[in-house]
Design a binder for this molecule. Sequence first.
Ligand code: PDD
Length: 282
Amino acid sequence: HTAYVNGTYLPEAEAKVSIFDRGFLMADGVYEVTSVLDGKLVDFDGHIARLERSLAALDIVKPVTKDELLQIHRELVARNGIDEGLVYLQITRGGAPGDRDFAFPDPGTTPPTLVLFTQSKPGLADNPAAQTGIRIISIDDIRWGRRDIKTVQLLYPSMGKMMAKSAGADDAWMVEDGYVTEGTSNNAYIVQGNQIITRPPSSEILSGITRTAVLRFAEEAQMEVAERKFTLEEAKAADEAFVTSATTFVMPVVQIDDVALGAGTPGPVAQRLRKIYIEESL
Ligand code: PDD
């Protein structure tokens, strides 16, 4: 497969960046994951708009234009024959040979690093996990305070996933002051009666591109949406729950810690939203 590094397409095994790259030394970088359905990018504009917000928040200069980014995404999808899958994009602040400094280098002397690669994921739309639903555990949210910036600082979410695995579950929801913030790599929702409840965007969560689309589709389908914080206790007493992300679309949650939700099977609201989301994205 072909990857892209700073203007060059090359075999994945030859794709390399410097050991002085601040992405490597300091997690000083941001990323985006865009899904591909039927060979087409899903919500490309939304992902690039968020990328621009992440870069601006960290004072990293976007190395290429949006049109060039679109071109690179399409080129990789074509070269790698991706029908269903993902395009991963990362931009770091770069780094000069021999340097390791907490202060940012002068952007005039140190160009940012841009890398992209693809992952083929057949069954992204037809995901068997959506039939059974996923089980989650709750963990403390001990991340930093700017979770709205999509940085590559993913160690705690990664540990959360491992905690879930060792507990025999699929994923974890993070909880702060009794309220659910989000999943390790997705946004969290509960359903009470006919109402879909999800936390409003703030610096405490990443504002999902899938989230924005799903809430729009829910409103178009006359479903009731409330953007408010909800507690872990409310979640355990909810009729349904689900998560959204570019890698899972809408994924039903059937268990939180040791509590089964509703009938312990994917709920009707989550299933309907998943169907609408995939149809609209195809
Ligand atoms: N993660 N919240 C967190 C913490 C995330 O990492 C993600 C996405 C989301 C959902 O955002 P979106 O709908 O734009 O994918 C919410 C990506 C998929 C990842 O890290 O692989």
